[in-house]
Design a protein around this ligand. Structure first.
Ligand code: HEC
Ligand code: HEC
Length: 462
């Protein structure tokens, strides 16, 4: 347990102060479990906290900032939601039954006890319920849903997802865990060169968030533009580590200002062979994804040396990649090969996937190495072969209707991790240690205790 109660309380005191002020100074240090996270405004000005992003534009009191907070890398942590439940007795606008509760029926939110049980996935795992219709042309049928909270419908199904950070957006190759805001009708797939597709998708996403999460009417164009301009100017990263000190000292290149200078284009450093043509420059893949802390290799500060070693583990520890739908089943790629963390997290110094590539690494599997017993189990039957798959989240298959897309999600940005636990789309990794445990077991990596500790120190410094 990394985040102690006093740290949480202090963070909340910060959050309270922020809520009452009109703006946040640029690069203002905000406390998290391992140090301070900062957001740099690309316009090099204070971050205004009064724009459309912070306004209630719907009918249930919610704004974008109900689920995307500067203190939490513009996502939200389960610890902060727990505290908000405590302080408001479960009445803060994040606690709404349209998608904040485990299910939208068979619940009683009139009493504190009722609310505690209705919002248990939100307070324990930071999960929002996303209801998605099974596509009419799907190659499969949802035969049954075993949902512990009562949402057992099979034509529109309920999945549970973590809010993704509304920052560092210029590095995205696809929007939402399942890419649905980049491939829904009237959106455009983000491609090279990105001439506005990302902005169009973000506008579409903002409208869906206001009509969905906030239960509002379609907003005015000016409001949508204000939101997109606001969120695309944000660059967020861990800036200080309690034990290592400033992450941009002594040759370190951590923190959001260095991140703001990071070049990116769709396909940069893609890990697929050049013959796939995903990288427009044709340059070969370089597994050294992160080069932020090279200068700390021989640092006398113990935590700095550990962070530098963790970066090397990320960049070079061999991982046998097999059974990953979206990689090993792609024509032209082997069914098993030796890769690294960067095979999937290939975007330099950012760590998301530089091309739109949904993957199934097994996080939603019913036999995931992590506990997923709090999630529903879907039984899907292939309409042609009658094969059966049981999963806790059909993932991208709910968007494309493709059998091959079951369980696939995107590889997310790996910056600002320390302030936004839990991890993975379903919150099944309560800590970064759980994330490493997942990879170690799923891929049989065989990390030493020191490699694990170094990798965690490194990920906390991103
Ligand atoms: C009730 C909580 C909630 C509210 C309110 C909310 N979001 Fe989100 N947001 C989420 C969740 C959950 C996801 C991920 C859902 C998924 O991928 O299925 C998400 C994803 C996103 C993403 C995608 C980032 C990425 O990496 O793909 C952006 C951008 C975003 N939200 C912006 C906004 C904006 C702008 C608003 C206000 C108009 C808003 N959100 C309101 C919960 C919320
Ligand atoms: C085979 C592809 C692949 C490899 C290899 C891989 N990842 Fe991932 N990673 C993903 C995908 C896909 C996700 C999203 C999975 C989900 O949420 O279901 C993810 C998610 C994560 C997250 C959670 C981020 C968040 O916002 O919740 C972290 C942290 C992470 N990976 C770190 C690593 C590290 C460290 C390694 C090397 C030990 C690694 N990954 C290796 C594909 C991969």
């Amino acid at each position: 347990m990394k985040l102690s109660i006093p740290a949480t309380l202090l963070a909340s005191a910060f959050a309270g102060t922020i809520a009452r002020s009109q703006s946040l100074p640029n690069n203002f240090p905000l406390l998290d479990g391992s140090g301070f996270v900062e957001t740099y405004n690309l316009n090099n000005a204070p971050i205004s906290l009064t724009g459309a992003f912070f306004q209630s534009l719907g009918t249930n009191g919610r704004s974008c900032s109900s689920c995307h907070l500067p203190t939490e890398s513009w996502s939200v942590s389960a610890a902060e939601i727990q505290l908000r439940f405590l302080l408001t007795q479960g009445t803060d606008p994040i606690f709404r039954t349209n998608d904040g509760s485990n299910c939208d029926h068979s619940i009683d939110t009139s009493t504190l006890e009722g609310r505690r049980s209705a919002y248990s996935l939100l307070t324990s795992r930071g999960l929002i319920r996303i209801a998605l219709p099974v596509p009419a042309n799907a190659q499969f049928t949802v035969q049954s849903v075993n949902n512990p909270y009562g949402c057992n419908e099979t034509s529109t199904v309920s999945v549970y997802r973590r809010p993704l950070p509304a920052t560092n957006l210029r590095f995205l190759s696809t929007l939402m865990w399942d890419g649905r805001e980049s491939t829904a009708p009237s959106t455009v797939k983000i491609a090279y060169p990105n001439t506005g597709q990302l902005l169009a998708d973000l506008a579409h996403q903002a409208i869906d968030a206001i009509t969905g999460h906030a239960q509002g009417a379609v907003p005015a164009n000016a409001q949508v533009l204000d939101i997109v301009n606001f969120e695309t100017a944000l660059q967020t990263a861990q800036a200080l580590d309690f034990q290592a000190g400033s992450l941009s000292n002594a040759g370190g290149n951590g923190g959001p200002v260095a991140l703001a200078a990071q070049a990116f284009f769709i396909g940069v450093n893609d890990s697929f062979p050049a013959s796939f043509g995903n990288n427009p420059t044709g340059a070969p893949f370089n597994p050294a994804i992160f080069n932020l802390f090279n200068s700390w290799t021989n640092s006398p500060v113990r935590q700095r040396a550990s962070i530098a070693r963790g970066e090397v583990v990320f960049n070079s520890k061999p991982i046998t990649i097999s059974g990953v739908a979206g990689i090993n089943d792609v024509v032209g790629l082997p069914p098993s090969f030796s890769g690294t963390c960067g095979t999937c997290h290939d975007s330099p110094n950012v760590g998301d996937h530089s091309v739109s590539a949904a993957l199934n690494i097994g996080v939603a599997d019913i036999d995931s190495p992590l506990n997923v017993s709090y999630l529903p189990v879907f039984t899907l039957v292939n309409n042609t072969t009658h094969a059966v798959i049981k999963t806790t989240d059909p993932g991208r298959a709910l968007i494309t209707g493709q059998w091959a897309d079951i369980g696939k999600v995107k590889g997310p940005v790996l910056r600002g991790l320390a302030s936004r636990a839990p991890y993975f789309h379903n919150g099944s990794a309560a800590t970064l240690s759980d994330v490493i445990q997942f990879y170690d077991t799923r891929f049989g990596i065989g990390f030493t205790a020191r490699e694990k500790a170094d990798l965690i120190a490194f990920l906390n410094a991103l």
